[in-house]
Ligand binder design. Structure first.
Ligand code: FES
Ligand code: MG
Length: 563
């Protein structure tokens, strides 16, 4: 921060301060800015539109709303772009580039003149990347997302991205739908602009950002196409100017209490397992270490309250109508740390003082007395197969395999899985445990391949869930008994690398155990599977491969964390 706001007081980078100001004024005047403009405080607005990020396609309209808010409050809006990580069209996975985007945004926040910033995002990795950058650059920041899509319809059935995408595809694979029908469904899954409207990673990160106090109330849930969203944009712009007069930075706002509140909301919404990695990474940017045990402890004390897919039946627009995150926070009050600060200058407790969860007319946000599901939506597992931990989203599993012992069917990579999963000669049954290795951070950038498909011949017999275990991730919109983030990953010598077909594996959710039931002498005799590495040779991929931390540490690059 400089003492003087706006461009006028900016320090020089040319050695001669007078010359620097003169040169900057010359170039800014070419864009139509006069002396009066340049005295105003500057609000940077981070633009993450891209034709490749379909979820952000209405962002230009939202940016206009934010700009109006900034101008009304006496600031000067300056829009700038960063890489946009669109979940669906980025290969091999946006997770590989989350840290790159975080680095890019951090450098732009720190090295372009701005007195505060509005961080505009939405799609899964954009919000965590922006928050990681905001914490590291530590300039006054306020988050705003594009908001969720509305739902579609097909033959009287409400559909949404992308829990229903998966269910309909599973039906098609199981021959419940024909080619014409699945083509019709394709037109209805994503009917408007906005982010996936189930409680996937985008929705989860939006709710969690609101719980962290970095976004205005209801900012997580207002639909992308709603006027609520536009008004949030205007208010966020005004708030960004107010922040300059009363500067408070992300590191001053966030605390262990804020992360406790975020973990509580994550559990109550039955949110995406990806948020565990992202929250851990954001916290470590300021030297707070969240462990898998922290997530497990908070989850075990927090019932599932929000009825959204994949853990429930509804969608984000329903949650918005029900009062959004403020109503949820009001319900969760006894479990929250209400003294946590927020970007508004109020504590979280003050911010939700007048919020209520009124269940007389809505059933999307349930009460602590009558929750939708038991506590423990997310559990952390440990055992001889995952010495440093693994996670399971119990709320999205069928429950049939929560205590299970079955023989392993091992796949060495995503390609191996794709090539062989439907091969009937493997003779898999629903009791088999599908083990997919070499999709961890260093091996593959952690693609969302962890929710391996049910073999087609079993799907046709009606099998919809099996135990699946990997060192990768799954989409927040997925469901099933899918054990993820196994650490250490196979390519870093984790026990996953030693599993062979037919080995017995035990999962026990109650005891939080994931064991490979093979004796140690036998394991010592085995040769680990060939490690894989993503892009060891050059460029960002080399930087990533050489420095990425394991999932329970946030999968950030080691030199970017604060501790
Ligand atoms: Fe962007 Fe789902 S693909 S939010
Ligand atoms: Mg996703």
């Amino acid at each position: 921060m400089t003492d003087q706001k706006g461009f006028a007081g900016r320090l020089t980078s040319y050695g001669d301060p007078g010359f620097s100001k003169y040169l900057r004024r010359a170039f800014l005047s070419s864009a139509g800015y006069d002396a009066e403009d340049l005295e105003r405080p500057i609000v940077g607005i981070l633009n993450t539109t891209s034709d490749y990020t379909t979820c952000h396609r209405d962002m230009p309209q939202l940016i206009e709303a934010v700009k109006r808010g900034v101008l009304e409050a006496g600031g000067l809006p300056f829009v700038f772009s960063a890489m946009s990580l669109g979940e669906i069209l980025t290969n091999p996975t946006t997770m590989l580039f989350r840290n790159l985007m975080a680095m890019e945004v951090e450098e732009q926040l720190g090295n372009q003149p701005m007195d505060s910033v509005v961080l505009l995002g939405g799609c899964d990795k954009t919000v965590p990347a922006e928050l990681m950058a905001a914490v590291s650059s530590d300039i006054p920041s306020i988050a705003l997302v594009v908001g969720p899509m509305m739902t579609g319809n097909w033959r009287g059935e409400r559909l949404g991205a992308c829990t229903d995408c998966r269910r309909m595809w599973a039906d098609y694979r199981g021959a419940g739908l024909d080619a014409e029908e699945i083509a019709e469904v394709t037109q209805q899954l994503c009917p408007t602009s906005g982010t996936c409207m189930v409680m996937g990673t985008a929705s989860t990160m939006a709710c969690v950002t609101e719980a962290l106090g970095l976004m205005l109330p209801t900012g997580a849930t207002a639909p992308a196409v709603s006027s609520d969203r536009l008004r949030l944009g205007v208010r966020t712009g005004r708030e960004a100017v107010r922040l300059i007069g009363d500067p408070v930075t992300p590191r001053e706002i966030l605390s262990e209490d804020s992360f406790h509140n975020a973990m509580t909301v994550l559990s109550a919404i039955g949110g995406s397992t990806n948020a565990i990695i992202h929250l851990t990474a954001i916290a470590r940017r300021m030297g707070i270490r969240l462990t898998l045990e922290d997530f497990d402890r908070v989850s075990a004390a927090t019932p599932l309250l929000v009825d959204c897919k994949p853990a429930g039946k509804g969608y984000l627009p329903d949650m918005h109508i029900a009062g959004g995150v403020p109503a949820l926070l009001a319900e969760l009050k006894p479990l929250l740390r209400l003294d946590a600060k927020t970007v508004t200058g109020k504590t979280l407790g003050e911010l939700i003082e007048s919020a209520t969860n009124d269940t007389r007319w809505q059933t999307t946000i349930r009460t602590l007395d009558e929750p939708l599901g038991d506590p423990g939506a997310l559990v952390a597992l440990k055992g001889s197969l995952a010495p440093e931990g693994a996670v399971l989203k119990v709320a999205a599993a069928s429950g049939r395999f929560n205590t299970h012992r079955g023989p392993a069917a091992v796949f060495d990579s995503q390609e191996d899985l794709e090539a062989r999963i439907d091969d009937e000669s493997l003779g898999l049954t629903e009791d088999h445990v599908i083990v997919l290795r070499n999709i961890g951070p260093a091996a593959a950038g952690m693609p969302e391949a962890g929710s391996a498909p049910i073999p087609q011949y079993l799907a046709k017999q009606g099998v919809r869930d099996m135990v699946r275990i990997s060192d990768g991730r799954m989409s927040g919109t997925s469901y099933g008994t899918v054990v993820l983030h196994v650490a250490p990953e196979s390519s870093k010598g984790g026990p996953l690398s030693l599993v062979r077909d037919g080995d017995l594996i035990e999962l026990d959710v109650e005891r939080r155990v994931l064991d490979l039931l093979v004796d140690e002498q036998e394991l010592a005799r085995r040769t680990p599977s060939e490690p894989r590495a993503i892009g060891r040779e050059r460029g960002y991929r080399k930087l990533y491969h050489d420095n990425v931390l394991q999932a329970p540490e946030g999968a950030d690059l080691g030199f970017l964390v604060a501790d």
